[in-house]
Design a protein around this ligand. Structure first.
Ligand code: CA
Length: 241
């Protein structure tokens, strides 16, 4: 596994050095920037997993840096740990809701700071995993491994069926029109959608077996996957288990 990367945006040279030394010792790859503008530039090129961002910075302050990072698709997902000199500034961060994930007040001890960093990175990788794996009504879909299971039995799906299932499950409860589903399911294989979306849905339902009814026909609209709070089976159907 490659090293996780941390960008330190801090104008105090000694603090930069202390943080760099300790984070490298913890196994992180570290880069530094000394003002806000350079910080944004380095965030785009270095692509860090997390940024330690000082609030009071030359050129562009930390709040503005944070705002710009969040506004850019390339940097919006990067975790930000804000460093503040005064506790009044904390109100500012929270009040402005600039999207910092956590903050630490100066002066701080290095050890607890490293713990906070590790906790933030762990949280972020768990979020990522839960976004790539969904489980609902006994159906599990794993986008990373491209596998789907119904009651723990692996389903043999075509790429189109897989995309169809992922699209519906990810937004369970929300109805999709046929054209919209078609857009979501169109892959590299242009021929995949020569058949209508109804045929793919029928086949997918069939493969889901007794769970097939979780994909409902929404009259006049298209299809939807039953939401988590709804029963996986229609009221008038006896569960087979
Ligand atoms: Ca500063």
């Amino acid at each position: 596994m490659s090293k996780q990367k941390i960008l330190i945006v801090e104008d105090e040279r000694t603090l930069q050095e202390i943080l760099t030394y300790n984070l490298e010792r913890e196994g992180f790859e570290v880069a530094c920037a000394s003002d806000g503008q350079d910080g944004i530039r380095r965030a785009r090129s270095f692509e860090p997993d997390l940024i330690i961002l000082d609030l009071m910075l030359p050129v562009i302050d930390g709040l503005e840096v944070c705002r710009q990072l969040r506004a850019d698709v390339k940097t919006k997902a990067i975790r930000v740990l804000m460093l503040t000199a005064r506790s009044e500034e904390v109100d500012e961060i929270v009040g402005f809701n600039m999207g910092a994930d956590d903050y630490v007040t100066k002066p701080f001890k290095v050890k607890p700071l490293v713990h906070r960093i590790k906790a933030l990175l762990r949280r972020s990788s768990e979020d990522q995993q839960s976004r790539d794996r969904l489980s609902i009504h006994g159906i599990d879909v794993d986008r990373i491994h491209h596998t789907a299971k119904a009651r723990d039995v692996v389903l043999d799906l075509t790429p189109t069926e897989f995309r169809l299932l992922w699209t519906l499950v990810r937004a369970a409860g929300r109805p999709f029109g046929r054209n919209e589903l078609m857009d979501h399911c169109r892959g590299e294989d242009a021929n995949a959608l020569e058949r209508t979306i109804d045929v793919h849905v029928r086949s997918l339902r069939h493969k889901l077996g007794d769970l097939g009814d979780v994909i409902e026909t929404v009259r006049g609209v298209g299809y939807r996957f039953r939401s988590e709070s709804e029963s996986p089976l229609p009221m008038n159907t006896e569960p087979t288990e």
